[in-house]
Ligand binder design. Structure first.
Ligand code: UTP
Length: 238
């Protein structure tokens, strides 16, 4: 069976505890789990940023603020696991090795952050490399990879397809403080480049975008791929 690792941004899954997309994502994840083995790395979202801000105001280091962020990503993963019920592995993976082992159960594997000074994008990219994923998908709150930050540069253009080298060049200008928000983090971009695993970046604010991209191959995001065959759509190969 094909393997797909999702970096599910907290900013799209749980922007706040009052407004979230947990139920809608659970439905989509159950649907795509019929086509591929699914690993989901959940981000921190707005609540992680609030906790990180509180930790900083208490005078803690960036690394400690990162640990606070990691705890929230794991809480978010736990909430998603509860909504998924039997479709998900009931344990939240606390390491790459655990995620690999839980994948053998055939259920949807969930994890959050693990190490300070990175984001859940990096966790997802390393997991994709470790499990030999056919595809990594970054579900984020922008609609793809732009030539520059569109919030700063109005001339920035979205790239429908780009090489991992171009992605690295674009993200190398981003910052790495706790709670930073770039399209994908630098570590993730480096791992994608060295592994050659195709990366799809799509707007995750509409959960239906994920099913449409994987099952019909249609999307309005960015595909990061060096050469060869388009990995979309995903077909069952059991
Ligand atoms: P993320 O930045 O991955 O979640 O983690 P997010 O902000 O919800 O993701 P997007 O932007 O929507 O895609 C939240 C914070 O947790 C810490 C970092 O401080 C990060 O900014 N973290 C997370 C780590 O330090 N290490 C990890 O492995 C994961």
């Amino acid at each position: 069976m094909k393997k797909i690792v999702l970096s599910l941004g907290g900013s799209v899954l749980i922007p706040t505890l009052e407004e979230h997309r947990l139920a809608a994502y659970a439905e989509v994840l159950k649907e795509i789990a019929g086509y591929a083995r699914i690993y989901v790395v959940v981000g921190g979202g707005g609540e992680a940023r609030r906790y990180i801000t509180a930790a900083r105001e208490l005078g803690c280091s960036e690394a400690s603020a990162d640990e606070v962020g990691i705890a929230v990503t794991r809480l978010n993963a736990m909430l998603l696991s509860l909504v998924l019920g039997d479709a998900a592995c009931p344990l939240i993976a606390g390491s790459q090795a655990e995620a690999m082992a839980y994948g053998e159960t055939g259920t949807i594997v969930l994890m959050g952050g693990i190490t300070p000074a990175q984001t859940t994008d990096a966790v997802a990219a390393v997991l994709a490399e470790r499990c030999g994923a056919d595809l990594m998908v970054n579900l984020t709150s922008v609609d793809g990879v732009y030539t520059a930050d569109p919030r700063i540069d109005p001339a920035a253009k979205r790239l429908a397809r780009l090489t991992p080298e171009k992605l690295l060049e674009i993200v190398s200008t981003g910052s790495l403080v706790a709670g930073a928000n770039t399209v994908i983090d630098m570590i993730a971009a480096k791992v994608i480049q060295r592994s050659g695993i195709p990366l799809l970046v799509i707007d995750g604010r509409d959960p239906g975008n994920l099913a449409t991209a994987l099952l019909s191959g249609t999307h309005k995001g960015s595909l990061v791929i060096r050469e060869g065959k388009n990995p979309l759509p995903i077909t069952r190969d059991r």
